[in-house]
Design a binder for this molecule. Structure first.
Ligand SMILES: Cc1cc2nc3c(=O)[nH]c(=O)nc-3n(C[C@H](O)[C@H](O)[C@H](O)COP(=O)(O)OP(=O)(O)OC[C@H]3O[C@@H](n4cnc5c(N)ncnc54)[C@H](O)[C@@H]3O)c2cc1C
Length: 206
């Protein structure tokens, strides 16, 4: 049911921007479109890459936004197993933050596990080590949820509002709305996030 609701929301967000008929496109048309879209990038490797890819490996898909309506830590931890990065919080590419958030996840997860296994409290506690790990994974998702939810939503909203194939809308976006109406600082404050340090123990000098 929840998955169904998520799909509906995703369709509502992206429907106006999906060009109908993309499913019927042939591999040769995909190739031509890829070459056409990237020709102004002036990166010869891209053309080479597209030309050297066999037709059966060329695919075209729409980008979908998944709304994590339920706090992720409730569904993404099973025993001592969890997911992180894109598997936990996929996002549309509009903020260029997916890779950054995957690396943040890695650091925070390492810190939580280190705390669970090495801290004095955990070592003196009666709980099993696996219970500490399970709790660390829940804490990890609880800590990450606020940031990952906000950024995945923001990326989808920016994509839905700014992406257009209409020349008139593109003109207003690029020459009126963005230069005059948008203060980029408002959209970039997420890049100031400080993830903190890895729990690396000082090497012992003997
Ligand atoms: C075109 C594009 C541009 C992007 N630009 C940016 C950007 O500018 N800045 C930014 O921060 N992010 C960017 N991203 C997003 C970023 O690439 C991803 O968010 C990031 O790679 C996610 O890392 P991950 O480790 O979670 O997943 P992935 O990098 O997808 O790694 C998952 C790995 O698991 C492997 N795997 C899958 N299934 C299995 C299996 N069953 N068994 C074993 N292995 C398996 C896959 O082969 C893959 O190597 C971009 C993404 C794309 C597609």
């Amino acid at each position: 049911m929840e998955e169904h609701n998520n799909r509906r929301t995703c369709l509502l967000v992206l429907m106006p921007f999906v060009s109908l008929g993309w499913r019927n496109i042939t591999p040769e048309q995909i190739k031509q479109e890829a070459l056409q879209v990237t020709k102004d990038f002036r990166v010869p490797e891209i053309e080479l890459c597209v030309n050297n890819t066999s037709l059966e490996h060329l695919t075209k898909n729409t980008i979908r936004h998944r709304v994590n309506t339920k706090p992720t830590w409730e569904t993404q931890v099973v025993g001592n197993v969890t997911v992180c990065g894109d598997a936990s919080h996929p996002m549309t590419p509009n903020l260029g933050q997916g890779g950054c958030m995957a690396m943040e996840d890695a650091i925070i997860l390492a810190r939580k596990l280190h705390q669970a296994l090495k801290s004095k409290e955990s070592q003196n506690s009666n709980l099993l080590q696996s219970d500490h790990i399970h709790q660390a994974l829940l804490d990890f998702h609880q800590e990450r949820y606020k940031r990952t939810y906000a950024l995945t939503q923001r990326a989808a909203m920016i994509g839905a509002r700014w992406e257009t194939e209409s020349a008139i809308q593109s003109f207003f976006r690029d020459w009126v709305f963005l230069p005059l109406g948008v203060h980029m600082g408002n959209f970039m404050e997420h890049t100031l996030f400080d993830v903190g340090k890895l729990p690396i123990e000082e090497p012992r000098i003997t």
